[in-house]
Write a protein that binds this ligand. Sequence first.
Ligand SMILES: *Cc1c(COP(=O)(O)O)cnc(C)c1O
Length: 408
Amino acid sequence: MNAPVFPRLEIPHTIAAGPGPGNTAERVLAAFAGAGVADHMQPDVLRGMVECKRMLREIFGTGNVHTFGIAGTGWSGLDAMFSVVHPGDRIVMFVNGTFSGIDELSVRMKAATEEELRANPLNPDAASVVTIRVPHGQSVTGEIVEMALAEHKPKWAAMAHWETGSGRINDVKGFSEACERHGTMGLVDAVSSLGIADLRIDDHPGIVGWASCPQKGMMALPLTYAPVSFSDRYIAELRKVGARSFVHHPIMEARHWGIIDGEDVEKGTYHRTHSPYAVASFHEALRMVLEQGLLQRAERYQRAEAALRAALESMGCSVTSNMTSLVVLDLPRALKGREKEFVNACRAEGFGIWPTLSEPTQVRVGILNLIAEDELATIVRRFGEMLNRFDVAADAEAAVAELRRRLG
Ligand SMILES: *Cc1c(COP(=O)(O)O)cnc(C)c1O
């Protein structure tokens, strides 16, 4: 039997109004498509990687030498960060939604002993992992972290900075301070927050590892590079205990970015086959973030989110999130139980909003790289029109007017 030759794959343009991936900028796509055919050791590719590394230090707000990109998606960066966690390591995980829940699974897989992993290979229980669950829709506070670390005195603790499942901002300052008080090394999933939050990681010395993703606040193409940053303390620990990974080994992956033996060198050495297209597009995305200014971006997102929230609330929705790139809401009461149907109807027309992925079912509307007034107005209008088609008497035009008034 011969495999059929399928017609050329056409993928339509949609409005990426979800929690991520963001709405990829034309400039980033053009950089991807415009890169020449070159190999992974060609001088401009290597120079581009070194420049990306320098830009990432600025974006993270750090002097950490080990600041670079892990090839892949957010989970690739997180896997590299958690590669320092070994079987039997005592670690406290704070979980308040889908993504911190997957972080916790990932850590259980690494901290489980051989016997624990064999007993339940896909979902191991690990006695050394303590999980603190915070209800959906609530944030992890400094007090919650303090209490858990005081009780368990772990080697490691980990939390999501912005939990994209429920749209909640967790207290990274309180987390860092508690880690410092208890001699714990903090690890943070900053996948959603980097590039949007007003964040300087060097202000949080209790946190030794940070991992983000390409396609949310960074505006880069998915599956390019997950930004990571590791303090000297993390790297010293990793040197001592090692990691059971070549590809996701933070010290080894750093070599291609020109970080060797803890020092910046002029050009990197081979770790794996990087793509000039990936490097060029990632470089362009980082340039865009820095051109817009980190503080200015944070403020623009704050204003955009506040205006979108007000507009959606004016149509009877209630918002339970506090992230500035994402609104997580309950639909008007009449639509209770029909959230997925509502989201699917929007998605079928190229308006890419999302439901929550874990209970309770809510609707998520994201604004990554969609914060211009007209883009926000389109989101509000399309949302309102769909409410009307679900027999909710929402006034979409009044909601757009409310949005515009708030944006000033
Ligand atoms: C999106 C997200 C992830 C996963 O990122 P991928 O790029 O899909 O691998 C992990 N953690 C958080 C908090 C996220 O928002």
